[in-house]
Design a protein around this ligand. Structure first.
Ligand code: KIV
Length: 266
């Protein structure tokens, strides 16, 4: 089956077809997402939080992203693979961004890269696009700026903030991004931006008016039911399922009930 490309994603907006994006960090999750019909799989730097147990995404390295990119690519036969550019892999300047985006494509097997920031990242986006690397933008709440923003908060609550987000999205579109993730912004603003922009918008905490949606796979699968921000919907409660299965295993090992002759070799 041919892999979904950046131009395919762009065309989905024209056809009014919603885009389903999900994060994945390893081979089995990527394989399941692909089989489930997910259009775009994102190796998000959220892996710093959900895989590495860090409080934010700031410690994730380019090597981490390359490693997880390769693991995820091995599980995909249809879905488009986007890999995040981690903190300080592009902020130094457009040439640094281009070099590192190239590594994510060559070594991390990305079909496109995602970069946070609007106006401030536009030059880097243009350089990557000119080099033939498709780019996904990311505006609104940009988690790599968590310290400057004062936490993981909804952005664009006032008129000035909304104007800034509009300028950011337009700058990234003009620089050549083929779609833009919008994180934690008011639903009305996201709907307005979706109508204004030619490229697809993919929302997370941005309401139903976007061209597509993205969620962190661990969140939507309920791998930690104590984590429930407003924009997450739990489609399963896997933390309970996994805990029960592990408890059953421990109980049987302690009681000598596992393995039985059925799981043993004569
Ligand atoms: O890192 C990530 O998973 C992301 C999504 C939340 C969009 O950037």
């Amino acid at each position: 089956m041919p892999r979904i490309t950046a131009p395919d994603i762009l065309k989905m907006k024209g056809k009014g077809e919603k885009i389903a994006m999900l994060t994945a960090y390893d081979f089995p999750m990527a394989k399941m997402a692909d089989a489930a019909g997910v259009d775009m799989v994102l190796v998000g730097d959220s892996l710093g939080m959900v895989v590495q147990g860090q409080p934010d995404t700031l410690r994730v390295t380019l090597r981490d992203m390359i490693y997880h990119g390769r693991c995820v690519a091995a599980g995909l036969s249809r879905a488009h693979l986007t890999v995040d550019m981690p903190f300080m892999s592009y902020q130094v300047g457009p040439r640094q961004a281009l070099r590192n985006a190239g590594r994510l494509v060559k070594e991390g097997l990305a079909q496109s890269v995602k970069i946070e920031g609007g106006v401030r990242s536009a030059e880097a986006v243009k350089m990557m696009v000119d080099a033939g690397i498709p780019v996904v933008g990311h505006v609104g709440l940009t988690p790599q700026s968590v310290h400057a923003l004062g936490g993981f908060k909804v952005q664009g609550r006032d008129a000035a903030g909304q104007e800034r987000i509009l300028e950011d999205a337009v700058a990234i579109q003009e620089a050549g991004a083929f779609c833009i993730v919008m994180e934690m912004i008011p639903a009305e603003l996201a709907t307005r931006l979706t109508a204004t922009l030619q490229v697809p918008t993919i929302g997370i905490g941005a309401g139903p008016g976007c061209d597509g949606q993205v969620l962190v796979c661990n969140d939507m699968l309920g791998m930690d039911m104590t984590f429930k921000p407003r924009f997450v919907k739990h489609y399963a409660q896997l933390d309970d399922v996994i805990r029960k299965a592990m408890k059953g295993y421990v109980t049987e090992v302690k009681a000598g009930a596992f393995p039985t002759p059925e799981q043993s070799f004569a």
